[in-house]
Design a protein around this ligand. Structure first.
Ligand code: 2RA
Length: 341
């Protein structure tokens, strides 16, 4: 967030940094200046126009209303308010007008898995009207925060040190557990080893075998796109990538479209990059997309057995567009509104 606020057009006056009492007094750099972190308290929001929250759900649930009551517009990157009917869920490329409908003074930022595909899907939906969406996600370890990254790196260190691993059932599981968890095989933070593996589970378990991540993809896509009855089915998978989520998307539209038309429409979007020359090995991969702001799209194909349906592959940095960048973009929309833009 600090990096993004420092590198985007500076529309801000004072920037206050606020954190828990434990971090108060720390000095961090934003816009090239040293700024001392203040402890979270109601008074820190006095005189603030826009308050960006990047904290756990329960902290947002308590404090975003406090910021709003003190006169700030709260832009919240937690899951606390996303499905609240009185809180807009905004992707500036898709539903920028929704920022103005905020009866609680709170605007929510979507989950990174949903966000990764929204700029591309929003553009296709505007032109051809989306009716069904089937996706599989390939989610990076940083979706689980710094501990997720540290764990993946530690596991990679374990498996890289033994070139026999990956050849018999359970050998990676046992080696990782022995090296990192005293042999216990019930402590994998991702549910299974992530190094040399993929794990068909992300988030927490909900009713009927669905995960929280899969339900977020369904519910948030419907809300952002404004299609309450959109048919959605998602399978969320964690992959051994540090940062950048990807999704394989199977999207059906109300009107006929070709892969070439979709490619041209996507290429015309300012925040979408089409990388789609498979004959030259050109397609998005997380390793090539990490650190970038746009949504990268490739492997665009007309589904052979499904009319009016496209298959495509999308990659986007889950910490930038998937989190801090979209939050900052929403905040900039609010700033423009408040300054008469
Ligand atoms: C994950 N989408 O990737 C979550 C983070 N918000 O774990």
């Amino acid at each position: 967030m600090l990096d993004i606020l420092s590198s985007r057009p500076d529309v801000w006056g004072e920037i206050r940094l606020v954190a828990s009492a434990r971090s108060a007094g720390k000095v961090l750099q934003v816009r090239g200046e040293d700024v001392e972190v203040k402890a979270l308290s109601p008074g820190v929001f006095d005189g603030v126009d826009v308050a960006m929250f990047d904290v756990p759900d329960e902290v947002s649930a308590d404090w975003a209303p406090v910021a709003a009551a003190r006169g700030a517009v709260a832009v919240d990157n937690s899951g606390a308010f996303r499905m609240d009917p009185d809180v807009p869920l905004v992707v500036p490329e898709v539903n920028p007008e929704a920022v103005r409908e905020r009866p609680k003074g709170i605007i929510a930022n979507p989950n990174c898995t949903t966000l990764t595909m929204m700029a591309a899907l929003g553009a296709l939906h505007r032109r051809w009207r989306l009716t069904q969406l089937v996706v599989a996600s390939y989610q990076a370890a940083s979706g689980a925060g710094r501990p997720g990254i540290d764990r993946l790196r530690a596991e990679l260190g374990v498996v890289a040190a033994d070139e026999t691993l990956g050849s018999s059932a359970g050998d990676v599981r046992r080696a990782v557990a022995a090296a990192l968890d005293d042999g216990a095989e019930d402590r994998f933070p991702f549910g299974a080893p992530l190094a040399m593996n993929v794990v068909p589970f992300a988030g927490s378990l909900k009713d009927d075998g669905w995960t929280s991540e899969e339900l977020k993809v369904r519910n948030e896509s419907r809300k952002i796109l404004g299609i309450p009855d959109l048919k959605v089915s998602a399978t969320c998978v964690r992959v051994p990538v540090v940062t950048t989520h990807s999704l394989a998307v199977h999207a059906t539209f109300a009107s006929t479209l070709t892969a070439d038309e979709a490619r041209a429409e996507l290429a015309a979007q300012p925040t979408v990059v089409v990388l789609d020359e498979p004959e030259k090995g050109v397609y998005p991969t997380p390793a090539d997309v990490v650190g970038e702001d746009p949504t990268y799209v490739g492997r665009i194909r007309q589904a052979l057995d499904f009319p009016d349906t496209l298959d495509l592959f999308v990659s986007g940095d889950n910490l930038r567009k998937g989190a801090a960048l979209n939050t900052a973009e929403i905040a900039e929309l609010v700033a423009a509104e408040l300054t008469g833009g």
